[in-house]
Ligand binder design. Structure first.
Ligand SMILES: N[C@H](CCC[C@H](N)C(=O)O)C(=O)O
Length: 281
C-alpha cells in the first residue's frame, strides 16, 4: 500500500491514501505503522478518505470533499490534530487532490469543519476558538504544577513552568499524572514558559508537550493554540497573535473572536510502499 511521510515542525505523520475508505485500519495496524523500529515511525496516521465514504465524515460531505481520519501513534482516536491538518492539506495540494481557493480549503474532521490556506512554505488552518474551562494540575517528578484546562476540539492542560524550574530539564519520558475527573478521556499536557518579546506578535511562549496517545512530541498544533490562548489571557487579551516555539520549530497562532488560526511549515518527506503482512491482500 502507498504511503507518504510528512511533518509539521517535527510532528510527524504517516499519510495513507484511501479515498473510498476500503482499508481495514485498526488500532493494532496503526500502532505497528507508527512503531519507530518495526514500522515507519510516526506520531500519528492520517488516512485520506472522501468525507462521503467515512461514517465520521459523512455529515460534512456537502461542505468538504475530504475527511482527515486521524489516529494517535498508540492507535487511539483524537478529535483534532492541528499539525496533522496542515500536513493533510499539503498532501492534498501536492497530490493534485485539491486546489486551495481564495476562500480557503475545507477539510472535515472529527471536531467538525476546518479551513486551510496555503501560504508558500506555511500552511494555516482555522480551527475552533480555544475554550479555557477549568483549573487543574499535573503531577510530574514529585512536583504538582497547576494548570488551565483548554478545549481545542481535543483536551489540553497548559501548565506554566515555575521560576527556578528548567523547561528543557523536565522529565517527559512518562505521562504526567492528571485528574481523571477533569480529563475522563485523557489529556494533552503542555508545559510552557514566556519567551523574549518577538516583533509583530502580542506574546511569545515556549512549550514542550506530552501528548495523549503519542507521548512527548516535538510539536503539537492544538497544544500551541491552547498555550497561545492562555498566554493572551495572562495579558488580559481575548484575541491576538502568539509565537509559540516548540522543540521542532515555531508555530504562529492567531486567536480571533470566533476562531483560531494555526500557521507553520508542513513538509512531505517521502512516498513509498508499505509491505506489512497485515496489508497484504
Ligand atoms: N494527541 C492529540 C492529537 C494530536 C494533537 C497534535 N499532534 C496536534 O498537532 O494538534 C490528542 O489525542 O488529542
Amino acid at each position: 500500500m502507498e504511503f507518504t511521510k510528512g511533518h509539521g515542525t517535527g510532528n510527524d505523520f504517516v499519510i495513507l491514501p484511501d479515498p473510498d475508505g476500503v482499508l481495514d485500519l485498526t488500532s493494532e495496524l496503526v500502532a505497528t505503522i507508527c512503531d519507530r523500529r518495526r514500522g515507519l515511525g510516526g506520531d500519528g496516521v492520517l488516512r485520506v478518505v472522501r468525507a462521503a465514504k467515512h461514517a465520521d465524515g459523512a455529515d460534512l460531505a456537502g461542505e468538504a470533499e475530504w475527511f482527515m481520519d486521524y489516529w494517535n501513534s498508540d492507535g487511539s482516536f483524537a478529535e483534532m490534530c492541528g499539525n496533522g491538518a496542515r500536513v493533510f492539506v499539503r498532501y492534498l495540494v501536492e497530490m493534485g487532490l485539491a486546489v486551495p481557493a481564495d476562500s480557503a480549503l475545507p477539510v472535515a474532521t472529527r471536531a467538525g469543519l476546518v479551513r486551510a490556506t496555503v501560504e508558500g512554505d506555511a500552511i494555516a488552518v482555522e480551527m475552533q476558538r480555544p475554550r479555557l474551562y477549568a483549573a487543574s494540575a499535573a503531577a510530574l517528578g514529585g512536583l504538582t504544577l497547576p494548570g488551565t484546562a483548554v478545549d481545542v476540539g481535543n483536551p489540553h492542560l497548559v501548565c506554566p513552568v515555575p521560576a527556578g524550574l528548567d523547561l528543557a530539564g523536565l522529565d517527559l519520558t512518562r505521562a504526567p499524572d492528571v485528574d481523571p475527573t477533569v480529563f475522563p478521556n485523557g489529556v494533552n499536557v503542555e508545559f510552557t514558559t514566556a519567551g523574549a518579546p518577538v516583533a509583530g506578535v502580542d506574546a511569545h511562549a515556549l512549550m514542550r508537550v506530552y501528548e495523549r496517545g503519542s507521548a512527548e512530541t516535538l510539536s503539537c498544533g492544538t497544544g500551541a493554540c491552547a498555550v497561545a490562548a492562555v498566554a493572551l489571557r495572562d495579558i488580559d487579551r481575548e484575541t491576538g497573535t502568539v509565537a509559540v516555539d516548540v522543540p521542532g520549530g515555531r508555530l504562529t497562532v492567531t486567536v480571533t473572536p470566533n476562531s483560531c488560526w494555526l500557521s507553520g511549515p508542513a513538509v512531505l518527506v517521502a512516498t513509498g510502499q508499505l509491505t506489512l503482512p497485515a496489508l497484504r491482500p
